[in-house]
Design a protein around this ligand. Structure first.
Ligand SMILES: Nc1ncnc2c1ncn2[C@@H]1O[C@H](COP(=O)(O)OP(=O)(O)O)[C@@H](O)[C@H]1O
Ligand SMILES: [Mg+2]
Length: 509
């Protein structure tokens, strides 16, 4: 018995000893989770007191689980935008910081999905399988981490690909009044990636839900939605979510850029985003600047678009191309937001209300549009055949205006006018009918060699969809050569033009 008693005493001592050891390593200093207090809620903004350690853009969690984003930090209070519908959050609620800036899910699991700017599915599908979560604000690649833009982004829109060629890593603004075809051009560019290796991210900011629905449906009907991510923040969503959307979209797209892949992001549109930013800034009592926009809007958008880049080989040679959209009022390109965006992009596709009204589709103003870096990335064959068109077309437009005003007689300039009308017909294109580079080259070669001179614009339009099958039939070697980026001998150009000539003679003369 005594042996047993000894043993249990030993055990007891060892237990005590062990307990004392563990106690030494326990941190007994007081630790508190800080809670702040919601002072007031109005217009999607909560003013919060008692959270001194919160950082800018930190994600906040309210008592009921709702999310917020710290937008401005003052000495004794912070203003947070609510990222959920405001209903749940009210004055007197507790709120805490999460210690993290807002992060969104990234990865292949987002492909084919429609998500809100926090990456939560809104398409009724299963939860998103995320590879990682990354902050919505990430530094843009530094100059030495970048490479020159040298590979094309083919939009399938002839006027863009031939005259304003885009390159991977470029930032090209699509700008114009309401209903001039801005979204359509961007969607065409996405749809044309059906046959490329590009991942597309379409970010809808402040649009009506039905318009977003239509855009997604268009990609589903004509493109490869399984390689697209749709980030939707409709006008009905909390302003905070709309504000976050472009940043979230960039983070989702960058994931592919940083893996050495190629991505294209469309932000539709930054004018709405600027308006939301202004609204939030006014509500959080930041002083307004020019045209009542807070002074940091330029910096905000510049920082955002800087994230589009072609990365250097050491970083995997991936790319992110950005097509931000901006809406003008009465064609005014010199308003504050348009000038800002024009100056922080590598060019702009300008869409014009008058051209649109005159039935020009797409209504691209060839004189005001420009692409500053993509030309070097254009396929050589397309560059060869589009050389003269821009000048000829510009001359025609000027002349047409004069003849309308009665300045010159039609007959003296008949050739220029005839040719100009043919160019206009060739540059027209219904939406969602992308042309391959080879189709574009053949059309332009035909134009250059006069094959289209006898055709009416309607006949040229009817010809367009018949070109691809005819080329595959009669010149598949040239189609392959053009896609492979080869230059074309003069004889090859003639052959392409002849394919079109045969089509014309077979019933479209
Ligand atoms: N290339 C085109 N061919 C035919 N119709 C077009 C074309 N581009 C635009 N449209 C028409 O113009 C309307 C407005 O285009 P949309 O892209 O929505 O303009 P925005 O985005 O500038 O408001 C579309 O509903 C469509 O009917
Ligand atoms: Mg639109």
């Amino acid at each position: 018995m005594t042996g047993d008693a000894h043993a249990s005493q030993d055990l007891g001592e060892r237990w005590l000893e062990h307990g004392r050891e563990r106690l030494k390593s326990v941190d007994l200093a007081p630790r508190a989770e800080t809670f702040g207090l919601v002072e007031e809620v109005a217009d999607g903004i909560a003013r919060i007191s008692g959270l001194p350690d919160v950082r800018l853009n930190e994600q906040l969690r309210f008592e009921g689980g709702e999310m917020g984003l710290a937008l401005t930090l003052d000495a004794d209070s912070i203003s947070a935008v609510l990222l959920d519908e405001a209903t749940g959050v009210e004055a007197g609620m507790r709120v805490s910081g999460t210690g993290e800036v807002v992060r969104v899910p990234v990865g292949n699991g987002l492909l084919g999905r429609v998500v809100d700017p926090l990456g939560r599915p809104v398409d009724g599908g299963p939860p998103i399988v995320e590879t990682d979560r990354l902050p919505v604000e990430r530094p843009a690649p530094a100059i030495i981490e970048r490479d020159l833009v040298s590979q094309p982004v083919e939009t399938g829109v002839l006027v863009v690909d031939s005259l304003f060629a885009l390159g991977r890593g470029q930032r090209e603004l699509i700008i114009g009044d309401r209903a001039t075809g801005k979204t359509s051009i961007a969607l065409d560019a996405i749809i044309n990636q059906k046959h490329s290796d590009m991942i597309c991210v379409y970010v809808a900011v402040g649009q009506r839900a039905t318009a977003i629905e239509r855009a997604i449906e268009a990609v589903k009907a004509h493109g490869a939605p399984e390689r697209c991510i749709f980030v939707a923040a409709s006008a009905a969503e909390a302003p905070g979510l709309q504000w976050l959307a472009p940043f979230a979209g960039f983070t989702m797209a960058e994931y592919f850029r940083d893996k050495g892949q190629h991505a294209l992001i469309v932000i539709d549109d930054l004018t709405r985003h600027a308006a939301t930013h202004r609204e939030l800034a006014l509500l959080t009592r930041e002083p307004p600047g020019r045209e009542a926009y807070p002074g940091d809007i330029f910096y905000l958008h510049a920082r955002l678009l800087e994230r589009a880049a072609r990365l250097a080989p050491e970083l995997g040679s991936g790319s992110l191309t950005a097509l931000p959209i901006a809406e003008t009022d009465a064609g005014n390109l010199s308003a504050y937001i348009p000038t800002n965006l024009i100056s922080i992009t590598d060019g702009q596709i300008v869409l014009d209300t008058r051209l649109f009204a005159a039935n020009q589709r797409p209504a691209v103003d060839v004189g005001l549009s420009v692409s500053r870096v993509g030309g070097k990335a254009q396929k050589p064959a397309l560059r060869q055949v589009s050389g003269r068109i821009r000048l000829d077309y510009a001359q025609f437009l000027e002349l047409e205006m004069f003849t309308r005003l009665g300045g010159v007689s039609d007959t003296r300039f008949k050739d220029t006018l005839t040719r100009g009308e043919r160019i206009r017909a060739v540059l027209s294109q219904p939406r969602f009918t992308p042309l391959r580079q080879a189709d574009q080259v053949a059309l332009l070669a035909a134009l250059n060699t006069g094959v289209l001179d006898t055709l009416t614009p309607e006949a040229i339009a009817a010809l367009r969809p018949r070109i691809a099958p005819a080329l595959d039939d009669a010149a598949s070697d040239l189609v392959a050569a053009i896609e492979a980026g080869e230059k074309l001998e003069f004889a090859a150009q003639t052959r392409l033009a002849d394919v079109v000539r045969t089509l014309v003679e077979s019933g479209h003369g």
